[in-house]
Write a protein that binds this ligand. Sequence first.
Ligand code: ZN
Length: 172
Amino acid sequence: MALRNIVIEGDPVLGKIAKEVKDVNDHVREIIDDMTETMRHAQGIGLAAPQIGVLRRLVVIELGDQLYELVNPRIVEQDGDQFEEEACLSVPGMAGRVHRPAWVKVEALDRNGQPVTYEGTELLARAFCHELDHLDGILYDSKAEEMRSTEDDEYEDLEDEAEEAAAEEKAE
Ligand code: ZN
């Protein structure tokens, strides 16, 4: 396994349509393993192959202790609506709210080329939609509303902490 560089918004590879995987072989499994390692290292919950510059229809998602390894995934059914905040390892320091289905059903192949079906709601449904969009060259910020900087949040948090510390000092 090896860490790969995560491509950042502005790189044309993120706007391209990824190609279907014809043969789920050792080379593909190596890419999947690299994607998982890279996602974990970046503390993300999902990564699509174009984000490491590989134009193949591969996605990894990890939520809780469940790792989803998806080859040629497609959303075959969906229902409802949710409007929650998303962020992306390729769009660092930002977040924005996106309309997504409340429930999706995904069909894919696993790392051995066997068909798998997953259903997801809430965060898992958002992750499926977000990562599958990457395979079609779509970044979430093109669909998002209320885009905001998350770096400001951290700054405010630090400011709050500094104020709290100052207040405590006065109190003592
Ligand atoms: Zn993303």
